[in-house]
Design a protein around this ligand. Sequence first.
Ligand code: SIN
Length: 274
Amino acid sequence: MTLTGAVTRTDLTSRIGTEVCGVQLAELGPSGAAEVAALVAERSVVFFRDQHMTLDQQVATGRLLGQLHRFPGVKGPAGVPEEVMVIHADATSEAVPGEGWHSDVSCDERPPALSMLRIETVPPVGGDTVFASMYAAYDQLSAPLQQLVSGLTAVHSGRHAGPRYGYKDPDARYPENVHPVVRTHPVTGRKALYVNSGYTSRIVELKEAESAALLHLLFDHVANGIAWQVRLHWEPNSVALWDNRCTQHHASWDYFPATRHGYRVTTVGERPVA
Ligand code: SIN
């Protein structure tokens, strides 16, 4: 597989998001997977249309991209491999996974690198996922603010994420780790903002009120950064692959009471470095 020839590649905005047609992810070999991973690191999120893949093929494709992550605190239904996170909402749901800006499971010591989401049941309207570039989020800060945040670290906590992300056991030991507020992407070498409202609870070096105010500013910056966001409208057989080291995403729950159902696999990344 190569991303040339019969393959069409269309950038959706200048800073984030590319749509690829003419590739079957289930047929990727190791070199094709490396090519796709490099594209995702560059564009932050890539959408693949008309994908035909079983759950087992999704797991096998995920393994080509890296070691698969097991989501802490979530036990999947029988018959679904442990590395697969079921993404489901219907008329009985009180919350949906992924609502709110976040980078997947950033509370882990080695947080996820790539996530691959396939939505099998698409609601009749709505259910889009919005992605934001954390390269741009960093680049668009003023120089003095870039300098300030580049020297800081922050606590990322599973407890802070709470039941929205599947943490339902009040007695469970939740992952909690400290990561740099600005990380350097291991593939592209670019700097990316790495705090998110889903998991980040506190900036270590600041007083509590200062930490709350700065996180509020940064979370607003991400949420309001329309010029570096892209919105994926799901069609049957679409797959999204995103790089959690340089992007955040937000699932829109605007289709209630309809059903939306899909499967995510996620690769384990490296310890973030400044
Ligand atoms: C997630 O956070 O992985 C879920 C995204 C979605 O459902 O669109």
